[in-house]
Design a protein around this ligand. Structure first.
Ligand code: 26Y
Length: 816
């Protein structure tokens, strides 16, 4: 006899897509008698997927042109099922499967094809493009391993491979869509019948790109866009059979593995360029496959080449896809026979380039010998692009001889290097930064000369945003529902500026209470998660102070943990009575360190050791808890973001291009402690400076302070000195483990940890004070939520569409 709840389960499946019990059983090759959560997830996912396919096909048939293509090496998608259900509007149907929906959803693995902010931004943009009915495709790499899983063992980060593809119902292999990609070889020149010199790139090694498509459903619209991911395979099918038959088994297997290695793994560095050959191979493989695909579709339209930029806009997510620029030029000149200038005009009008950093160590450069070896024809093209560019610069600025070496795409170092950001600027018609301060900084620092050369108009700003579908409605359904109850529906999910109407309820007692209850419930949900995963009990009534993001010195998790130690020392020095009067806190950290980033790993270790000491100190109790959440990712962020009272966005001023988690936390009713950096500045302008806790030195002063450090030494703040003394005393384990961390502060303090320490601690004290007045606090948080409308990714997409792509939405005809 089938248990009752399982009967309901498959009845609901029927409603959401399955025709009958047999359908369920055959799809999953499993009897309903042993339907567990995994099977329930599989069944539901396959059912929803089937629904999406219909809309997806319709969309792809109707959107033949005026397309935007987004080239990004990273798409940090997270889970798909919940999002698909919400977007299609069937979450209610699937709600009670006889299992708890959260548990079924929780089975899905994150699609974690990205490192952090840049990859997640690309994912938010895909959601907005589909939701706003823009015809757009994303192009990426189908990594067999996404970002590693992080385990914390004895307080240290350990990296574990993320094999995520064993059951992935969201991808469709397109066996008929393949592109042969060439590497290495040589360039042969000859003159054709018209005396024109022709270049042929030949004798290379071929690797095949296979397309895998992922449907991207829009919210409350049938528009379903496509994310095409390329996977690498040896060119001659499975094996080189000749080699195989002639006994060279090893060589034939080796060739196959070499080819498959290209799309095997995501590089886990963010903001640090390492110049590895395999990464360059990944970049070219994916750029060439994507461009081939785009050009193939364009040629089917039989339009003239000069129409290309009117039909297609390609946005480069940072410089990682910059090889697409010489590749398109190569296709147009070598394969299609266009003259250089005509081709170049098409190229420049097609591409737009988004910059995500001003930090020198993150700016990509590739060595000339490496490119020469791997992509000989591209190197020639890059040199020719540079020649034309420098000739133009020389004509325009005949007196400024240094200008040429400063702006040259080829850096005259040993070995010579190709500066990818410069190539991206020269090959694009627009360049944008991702927040106002950042866009101003690129124009006045790293790209200053290019503003002189091309004028202000080529440079613009599109401040980042986030999708409110995932980051409000999905992550925080109760808050979304409360807002909807006041606004008379969910229109705000597509026009986030409507949120301003809840300002009227900031003083409404009932609304405040409901808002507060939701925050408490979300904190309880996180507290339960922390208990389950770390064994530590935290009190949901305490102030939750959260910093989750990639671990990086510029993001200054070290400032945070030093501040926590400072607080711990202060608490220890108090009498029990005094301690009782203090605002209880939970300091929560999460984030991955790049595997080779020693200092970042030291920070993780210190946080864990401080947690071990503080959480087991009977004198401290609830007054302070320190938690490190293992393996921070998109789906965990959906639990974490709704649960903050305060979140930390405390990068050294001028280093964080924008930040996007700052937006997620405020939208979910938490306040920010932050520096005047990235989008914090615009968030302050929108929500009001009385609703954010800003501190620290300003970007314009950072260079002077560093200069001072070099010539006068670093002044260590008194409070920070006590923290260092505690660390050195062995309070948190062997102090040698942390000497690198304290030494960099003492030696250079490049990130201004000491210079900002006092202001940081004082600001935390004022947060404690402010939190005591819960009514005033609620007032602030409600106003902040109401004023976050600007930070929707929908607004970003509209700005890109108007300023950079020159495209309009194309609504599908319903039931057409
Ligand atoms: C060159 C390579 C190693 C590299 C790989 C990944 C370089 C950079 C990255 C990733 C950068 C990144 O995630 N940048 C972040 O982009 C977000 C979206 O614009 C910003 O909000 C955030 O401030 C910025 O750090």
């Amino acid at each position: 006899e089938i248990p009752d709840e399982q009967k309901t389960a498959w009845k609901k499946h029927t409603a959401s897509g399955f025709k009958n019990k047999e359908d369920f059983e055959t799809t999953l090759a499993r009897s309903l008698y042993n339907c567990d959560e995994g099977a329930a997830y599989g069944g539901t996912a396959l059912a929803f997927r089937d629904r999406l396919i219909i809309d997806w096909n319709k969309t792809q048939q109707s959107h033949t042109f005026a397309d935007q293509k987004h080239l990004s090496l990273e798409f940090l998608m997270g889970r798909a099922l919940d999002n698909a259900m919400l977007n299609v509007g069937l979450k209610d149907v699937a709600r009670d499967l006889g299992f708890r929906m959260e548990d079924v959803i929780g089975i899905e693995r994150d699609a974690a094809l990205g490192n952090g902010g840049l990859g997640r931004l690309a994912a938010c943009f895909l959601d907005s493009l589909a939701s706003l009915d823009y015809p757009a495709w994303g192009y990426g790499l189908r990594y067999r391993y996404g970002i590693f899983k992080q385990e914390i063992i004895n307080g240290y980060q350990v990296e574990v491979p993320d094999y995520w593809l064993d059951f992935n119902p969201w991808e469709f292999p397109r066996h008929d869509v393949t592109v042969d990609i060439q590497f290495y070889g040589n360039v042969r020149k000859y003159n054709d019948d018209n005396g024109r010199q022709v270049s042929v790139w030949e004798n290379g090694e071929i690797v095949t790109a296979n397309a895998y498509d992922v449907p991207i459903p829009g919210y409350n619209t049938p528009t379903t866009n496509n994310l095409r991911l390329w996977s690498s395979k040896a060119a001659s099918g499975e094996f080189d059979f000749q080699k195989f038959n002639s006994g060279e088994y090893e060589q034939s297997v080796h060739d196959q593995m070499r080819a498959e290695t290209i799309s095997a793994v995501l590089y886990p560095n963010d903001n640090l360029d390492r110049g590895k050959e395999l990464r360059l191979k990944q970049q070219y493989f994916w750029c060439a496959a994507s461009l081939h695909d785009i050009v193939r579709r364009f040629k089917k339209s039989k339009k003239a080449w000069k129409e290309f930029p009117n039909q297609i806009a390609i946005q480069l997510n940072d410089t990682h896809p910059t090889l697409a620029i010489p590749e398109l030029q190569r296709i147009l000149v070598d394969n299609e026979g266009l003259d250089w200038d005509t081709a170049w005009n098409i190229v420049v009008n097609t591409f737009g380039y988004t910059n995500h950093t001003v930090m020198a160590e993150a700016l990509e450069k590739w060595s000339v010998p490496l490119i020469q070896h791997l992509l000989p024809r591209h190197l020639e093209i890059i040199y020719e692009i540079n020649l034309h560019f420098l000739q133009y610069v020389e004509r325009t600025f005949p007196k400024d001889r240094d200008m040429l070496s400063r702006v040259s795409i080829v850096e005259e170092s040993n070995p010579k290097m190709i500066r990818m950001a410069f190539l991206a600027i020269v090959g694009s018609h627009k360049v944008n930064g991702v927040a106002e301060l950042h866009s101003d900084l690129i124009k006045t620092t790293i790209f200053k000369d290019f503003v002189k050369i091309y004028g202000q108009d080529k440079f613009t700003n599109v401040t980042n945003g986030i999708t409110p579908r995932r980051w409000l409605h999905q992550a925080n359904p109760k808050l979304s529902e409360l807002i909807a109850s006041k606004l008379g529906g969910y229109d705000f999910l597509k026009d986030l500026t409507l949120l301003h109407k809840i300002e009227a309820y900031a003083d409404d007692k009932q609304f405040r209470k409901a808002f507060q209850d939701i925050k408490y419930a979300n904190k309880t949900r996180l507290a339960n998660y922390i208990k389950e995963t770390t064994g530590v009990s935290v009190n949901p009534a305490a102030l939750f102070d959260i910093q989750v993001k990639r671990i990086h010195e510029y993001k200054r998790q070290q400032l945070n943990i030093f501040g926590v130690i400072h607080r711990y020392l202060a608490l220890k020095a108090m009498s029990p009575e005094e301690r009782k009067k203090m605002q209880p806190r939970v300091s929560i950290f999460g984030g991955k360190a790049a595997p080779g980033y020693w200092m970042a790993k030291c920070i993780i270790h210190l946080v864990n050791e401080v947690g071990r000491v503080v959480n087991n100190d009977p004198e401290i109790g609830d007054a302070l808890k320190v938690i490190f959440i293992e393996d921070y990712n998109v789906s965990k962020c959906e639990i974490i973001a709704p649960a903050s009272d305060i979140s930390e966005h405390i990068s050294t001023a001028g280093t964080e291009a924008s930040g996007t988690s700052n937006m997620k936390f405020v939208l979910n009713g938490g306040l920010i402690i932050g520096t005047c950096d990235g989008a914090n500045i615009e968030i302050t302008r929108e929500i009001g400076e009385e609703n954010i806790f800003l501190f620290g030195n300003l970007a314009e002063d950072v260079e002077d302070i560093r200069h001072q450090h070099t010539y006068e030494g670093v002044l260590i703040d008194d409070g920070l000195q006590k923290v260092f003394d505690a660390i050195h005393s062995g309070m948190f384990g062997h102090s040698d483990e942390f000497s690198a961390l304290t030494n960099t502060v003492v030696n250079h303090d490049h990130w201004l940890t000491s210079a900002d320490f006092e202001a940081y601690c004082k600001t935390h004290d004022s947060i404690d004070e402010a939190f005591k007045d819960q009514e005033a606090w609620l007032h602030k948080t409600i106003l902040a939520v109401a004023r976050m409308g600007f930070f929707t990714a929908d607004r970003c997409i509209e700005e890109y569409a108007e300023m950079i792509w020159n495209v309009e939405p194309q609504k599908l005809k319903q039931n057409g």
